[in-house]
Ligand binder design. Structure first.
Ligand SMILES: CCCCCCCCCCCCCCCCCCCCCCCC(=O)SCCNC(=O)CCNC(=O)[C@H](O)C(C)(C)COP(=O)(O)OP(=O)(O)OC[C@H]1O[C@@H](n2cnc3c(N)ncnc32)[C@H](O)[C@@H]1OP(=O)(O)O
Ligand SMILES: Cc1cc2nc3c(=O)[nH]c(=O)nc-3n(C[C@H](O)[C@H](O)[C@H](O)COP(=O)(O)OP(=O)(O)OC[C@H]3O[C@@H](n4cnc5c(N)ncnc54)[C@H](O)[C@@H]3O)c2cc1C
Length: 697
């Protein structure tokens, strides 16, 4: 009832472009020179072979651990290769396309993807993987990711019967129109109205103010024919708050807006290429009439007479589609992060700087301890997010089954976990992609590194589906010591326990880690509660408001505890494959001790550990980095990404970076002519003028 969608593991949401200007306009000397032959010969070398040879574990088995099963590896392999081998899905110069070209290319790719899905009779799992590997944000993401789930979760059986077959066959295209110009986070503050007219048995959908214009919905701007619109339900003169309605926006004959509907795209967004393939839209209604049965009536109904009836279920079930997407965003975080880390690790193994003695080899930058201390925690985080994402998917499935049986007991826990994990994993991932760009030095700033676009596509995840700060503040309400909060039941012990760690090796004990993280999270929560009651002698809300920055930090501590706990639990399981478990154990320790080191202030201020124990954790972290180093390239190989999906000259599997960088540069439109456009207009007159001046001197 609450979930809106299929619980297939969901992932990225992008669709991509074919280059329309991919000709190499190289100067003649490039085409026939010895240099060119040299580049060709170089391309046959696997520059990372030596790195792969040092791995102390079975990479194929690690692929299984990462993907979740042998079947998952196999299906992902097939879909990735299907996309990589199809010229329509080329994406190598997407950042050079104009907005219009990019959007048209997105439509083309989506149509082609659908054709292949139908021709090959792909399963839902395969189709979704294909969508991910096409890797270009587009209307289909919102159609499948939010429109369909909203109808499934909030529509009655009859409504599902009527609308879902149309959506499944793309006879209609839908989007999720909730956010308005004036309100996004505050859903209860939305202004669009849906007023019931008993005379005609219709709702009148209206945008009463400028700020009530729908603003942001993906797929709305140009593609969608329909939307699930969230509006204030008014009947018998009373406002019953926000409800969902299916509204047709465009003609199914010629795609023109229906009478009373004004809509368009909201304009260019951050970065080149990136999320600009998506038509985020604006929408206004001028007294648009829809039949009463287009209100999504699973949770509450309006009768023919106009009487409002609310089923005996929590009203927050209306937010179910958002919860569904939030859990899929957590699964996606590990994908985006692992892509960035894969690029940075491979490139760091190829790149050499300094350290040459008497003409000997220079040092691979991956050997610098500073590079390791910046990069390996991100590698560990990718694995940590992967496993916590799997767990969250399980939790989501579990709560959905309970809700079907009218058991609402785990609703709050599921909401808090999805909100908190969405906030923490997306914030860390966005920062980590930028860090990976820096880890790749100057070349990381080139579009051909893949990192600028990955960042630009990813960073709005910190905002959409709930601003991360707003979501973290949700954790502060309604805490009961159940599920992931169960440790709070040990309040007496955790408030006074002292860590027994006395050597660096002691930090390898999962119980020591677990206890320190539990004590820190609990003490921060208790401190907040005490401070709130002190700050607000009169009213709790005032104290909450006053101490909300501390609440944020306490919420992050709680979520980090969940991530650490789920990683530890994963490593305790049976994991087949030579050395696989040991590597995951090392990464789990890196993740936990890195968080401990980074947030040392919290652990010290709450008295969970001593400064000496903090120093020992850092000492152990250094040892773990040395352990990870020979396995680093193999650990990113285990993500099993094709070069097409990575889309990075720096992250190439063969590590043959320099010829690729060199080749890529010549594809830039600026290199289509040897003498640039504008030379005769602006450069030549300037130079000539200066020459003339000089000759007069
Ligand atoms: C061609 C190819 C074909 C391929 C076919 C393949 C098919 C495959 C199918 C799978 C595809 C999957 C694709 C997925 C891809 C998805 C891509 C998505 C891209 C992202 C787009 C982004 C979209 C959006 O951004 S939509 C808009 C999102 N907006 C928000 O998130 C708004 C945030 N605000 C809120 O959520 C709320 O307003 C909130 C929670 C901040 C405050 O709410 P409110 O004011 O009502 O409540 P409170 O007073 O704060 O709380 C009261 C009470 O309720 C509890 N509560 C709040 N929310 C919930 C909840 N959701 N559940 C349960 N409980 C909740 C809250 O904790 C309080 O509890 P108390 O106990 O009373 O304290
Ligand atoms: C790329 C993209 C795609 C999107 N797609 C869709 C879509 O398909 N459908 C749809 O309906 N919407 C969509 N959205 C809208 C998105 O869900 C909202 O932008 C998001 O929920 C944040 O809301 P807001 O813009 O109102 O931010 P605001 O709430 O205005 O945030 C501004 C600042 O205020 C702070 N803030 C707000 N409230 C509080 C508080 N209570 N306490 C402390 N700080 C607070 C925030 O932390 C932030 O720093 C999309 C947005 C983006 C960027």
């Amino acid at each position: 009832m609450w979930r809106g969608g299929s619980n297939t593991r969901t992932c990225k949401r992008r669709f991509f472009s074919s280059p329309t200007r991919s000709r190499h306009h190289r100067p003649p000397y490039m085409l026939h020179s010895r240099g060119s032959q040299h580049l060709k010969a170089m391309a046959e070398v696997d520059h990372l072979a030596a790195e792969r040879a040092t791995a102390r574990f079975d990479v194929e088995e690690m692929k299984v651990a990462w993907a979740g099963s042998r079947h998952a590896v196999h299906v992902a392999d097939r879909m990735a290769r299907l996309v990589a081998s199809d010229p329509v899905f080329r994406k190598d110069n997407r950042t050079m396309l104009s907005r219009k070209e990019l959007f048209k290319d997105t439509l083309r790719k989506a149509a082609h993807a659908w054709k292949r899905i139908v021709e090959l009779r792909l399963t839902e799992e395969e189709a979704d993987l294909l969508r991910q590997y096409v890797d270009q944000p587009g209307y289909v993401d919102l159609h499948w990711g939010m429109f369909v789930p909203a109808i499934k979760g909030q529509g009655t059986e009859e409504q599902q019967h009527k609308w879902l077959p149309l959506a499944y066959k793309f006879q209609i295209i839908g989007c999720y129109a909730q956010t308005e110009l004036g309100h996004g986070s505050n859903v209860q503050g939305l202004e669009t109205t849906a007023t019931f007219d008993p005379k005609t048995d219709e709702f009148v959908i209206h945008s009463p103010t400028l700020t009530s214009s729908k603003w942001w919905p993906g797929g709305l701007g140009k593609a969608s024919t329909h939307a699930v619109v969230y509006a204030r339900l008014i009947t018998e003169g009373k406002d019953y708050g926000i409800h969902g309605f299916i509204v047709q926006l465009r003609s199914l004959e010629d795609h023109s807006p229906l009478p009373g509907v004004t809509l368009g795209d909201i304009g260019g967004k951050f970065g080149s290429g990136a999320y600009n393939s998506m038509d985020n839209g604006v929408l206004r209604f001028d007294h648009v009439r829809i039949p009463r049965d287009q209100m999504l009536m699973r949770l509450s109904q309006v009768t023919r007479e106009g009487k409002y009836v609310h089923s005996n279920v929590p009203k927050q079930l209306l937010y179910g589609t958002m919860v569904y997407v939030r859990q899929s965003i957590v699964a996606d975080a590990s994908k985006a992060l692992s892509r960035a880390v894969c690029i940075a690790v491979r490139y760091s193994a190829v790149r050499k700087q300094f350290g040459s003695q008497d003409g000997g080899p220079e040092t691979q930058v991956l050997n610098y301890k500073t590079q390791q201390s910046r990069l390996f925690p991100l590698l560990a985080s990718a694995y940590a997010f992967r496993f916590v994402g799997d767990w969250l998917n399980w939790l989501y499935t579990d709560v959905t089954q309970k809700l079907e049986a009218k058991d609402f007991s785990t609703l709050q826990e599921a909401h808090a976990c999805t909100a908190g994990l969405k906030a923490v994993t997306t914030s860390v991932t966005a920062d980590a992609i930028e860090e990976c760009r820096k880890l790749c030095g100057g070349h990381g700033y080139l579009n051909s590194s893949g990192l600028p676009e990955l960042f630009a596509v990813y960073v709005p995840a910190c905002t959409y589906e709930g601003d991360n700060v707003v979501l973290l503040l949700q954790l502060a309400s309604g805490k009961q010591p159940v599920g992931t909060m169960a440790y709070m039941g040990k309040v007496q012990y955790l408030m006074q326990c002292k860590s027994a760690v006395s050597s660096a090796e002691d930090w390898l004990n999962p119980d020591a880690i677990q206890e320190a993280f539990e004590a820190r999270a609990l003490r921060m929560a208790v401190n907040c509660a005490q401070n709130i009651s002190q700050a607000a002698s009169q009213e709790e809300a005032a104290g909450f408001y006053e101490r909300s920055p501390d609440l944020l930090e306490a919420a992050v501590a709680h979520i980090q505890l969940i991530i650490v706990t789920k990683f530890i639990e994963k490593v305790h399981q049976e994991i087949p494959g030579h050395g696989v478990k040991e590597q995951l154990q090392a990464l789990c320790n890196v993740y936990a001790l890195y968080i401990l080191h980074k947030h040392l202030g919290d652990f010290l201020a709450t008295g969970c550990i001593t400064p000496r124990q903090g120093a020992l954790a850092n000492e152990q972290l250094g040892k773990l980095y040395a352990q990870v180093r020979p396995n680093a390239v193999a650990l990113v190989d285990a993500f099993n990404y094709t070069d097409h999906y990575l889309g990075s000259v720096l992250g190439r599997y063969d590590g043959d970076v320099y010829p690729a960088l060199y080749e890529e540069a010549w594809k830039d439109p600026l290199n289509e002519t040897v003498v640039p456009e504008g030379y005769h207009e602006y450069l030549r007159p300037l130079i000539k003028q200066q020459q003339l001046k000089l000759s007069r001197l």
